[in-house]
Design a protein. Sequence first.
Length: 128
Amino acid sequence: MAEGVPVGGTKGRIRYVPNPAAPREIEASLFMKVALESAAKMAAGRAKDFAPVDSGDYRDSIVGESVDVGGRWIGRVWAKDWKSGWIEFGTVREQAHATLRRGCEAVGLRVRGRMRYKWRPSSRGTWY
């Protein structure tokens, strides 16, 4: 019998045995797919509210979805428009809008990764 933790008030007759595969099984579950897709679509909706509108192509290209990556589901919010990188991260001449990041943060999602929004010269004289 596997080792476990006695459950309170049972005088040791019932033991809780944690499943070591539980985190992987939860990440691969259909429930996780639906939950992440719902959160990504909410974030995409908020990002559309923040998007700068010139022709509307960028705003209309923002998508929220869930994607299977290596047997686990992740939520992804992205834009299909060809100029989305410039709008999100900025250019040398234009300030970054951070539309997708702000949309995610507005619905309480944590964005992985560190992104710089101000263009400035590095010590090597290149831009980053």
